[in-house]
Design a protein around this ligand. Structure first.
Ligand code: NAD
Length: 335
């Protein structure tokens, strides 16, 4: 099948070309993101393959549909960026890769927590500068601390298991309980209780209307002073301006982000020679107790291999009139 692959960095092309040796699709790689401006590139392609920051709103879906696209093959797990009701109305099929390597994201999350708790980012720079003073590097031990996991699905459950290994007490909040997380010693509580009792809070729920700005002024007010918050899920789970206020007051002790609510204009590009126009993001960069990575939690060899194989499997199934394994059902989202 002829596939227009958007946001195709060199690493995307490498992994997709390798996986396509057996799948045999006609892949055409476009480096830009899918936007109003670039949508015409997909003219005549029955399948369009996109990533997290490609735009799939009603307007772009309509444009793609008019140009002959039938399948949107997301090469990511989250699908908050897709207007699913519009896709359904247009008769488009949308598939994703629900679980390519939850370990990749879980391990990056733990990396952020450890770096924040032991100031590894500051220590790295200090030592390279010949500064071996310890002032300002006083750490927090995870052993015996209470960790709250919001969203205890595939990634959240692995984070819980790893934190159990550190000797953390585990609290969780989810709309559905996961026995794997409970087996790791996690106790489900209300969101309010999780906020008020946790020393470390890690976000692993999808972005949806119910979870938009789940960490905002109200949640922050309930938290312990000095709470460590990590978000490797989706940027808009955190109200960034509220987080800045809480960082300034000391309510948030440390913040680790792999995602940011306005990341689409920043992440995945080398902007080192440009002036960043986003003042909220720039303010975040000034805090010594904030670590930001640019949506790289998924970025491992195992994950890229699985993403390419499973995205192509979705496309092959669609081409053969079978149900793609990663098919998204619109009813699921409305429910
Ligand atoms: P999953 O579907 O296995 O788990 C999500 C969990 O969130 C489920 O248990 C679900 O019941 C729960 N949930 C749904 N609505 C909720 C709500 N209102 N409140 C609390 N919990 C709720 O998904 P996963 O594979 O564990 O991925 C979790 C998230 O991680 C994805 O939604 C995605 O946005 C993000 N992600 C980020 C990266 C990255 O590179 N940073 C990579 C992959 C996934």
């Amino acid at each position: 099948m002829k596939v227009a692959v958007f946001s195709s960095k060199a690493y995307v092309q490498e992994y997709f070309q390798r996986a396509n040796q057996s799948a045999g699709h006609e892949l055409v790689f476009f480096e830009p993101r899918l936007t109003d401006l670039t949508a015409p590139l997909a003219e005549g392609f029955p399948a369009v393959c996109t990533f997290v920051n490609d735009i799939l709103d009603a307007r772009i879906l309509l444009a793609l549909s008019r140009q002959g696209t039938k399948l949107i093959a997301l090469r990511c797990a989250g699908f908050n960026q897709v207007d699913l009701p519009s896709a359904e109305q247009l008769g488009l099929t949308v598939a994703r890769v629900p679980a390519y390597s939850p370990h990749a994201v879980a391990e990056h999350t733990i990396g952020l927590i450890l770096a924040l708790c032991r100031h590894l980012h500051k220590a790295y720079n200090r030592v390279r500068d010949g500064n071996f003073a310890l002032e300002g590097l006083l750490g927090i031990e995870l052993h015996g601390r209470t960790a709250g996991v919001i969203g205890t699905g595939k990634i959240g459950a692995i984070v819980a298991k790893i934190l159990a290994g550190f000797g953390c007490k585990l609290l969780g909040y989810d709309v559905a309980k996961n026995p794997e997380a409970e087996a790791a010693g996690l106790t489900y509580v209300s969101l309010e209780e999780l906020f008020s009792r946790s020393d470390v809070i890690s976000l692993h729920c999808p972005l949806a209307p119910a979870t938009h700005h789940v960490i905002g002024d109200e949640a922050l007010a309930r938290m312990k002073r000095g709470a460590v918050i990590v978000n490797t899920s989706r940027g808009a789970l955190i109200d960034t301006k509220a987080a800045i206020r809480a960082l300034k007051s000391g309510k948030i002790g440390a913040l680790g982000l792999d995602v940011y609510e306005e990341e689409a204009d920043l992440f995945f590009e080398d902007l080192s020679n440009r002036v960043i126009q986003d003042d909220v993001f720039s303010r975040m960069l000034t805090f010594p107790n904030v670590i930001i990575t640019g949506h790289q939690a998924f970025f491992t060899d195992a994950a890229l291999t699985a993403i390419a194989a499973e995205t192509l499997a979705n496309i092959t199934a669609f081409e053969r009139n079978r149900t793609p394994p990663g098919l998204i059902i619109a009813e699921k989202v409305r429910g």
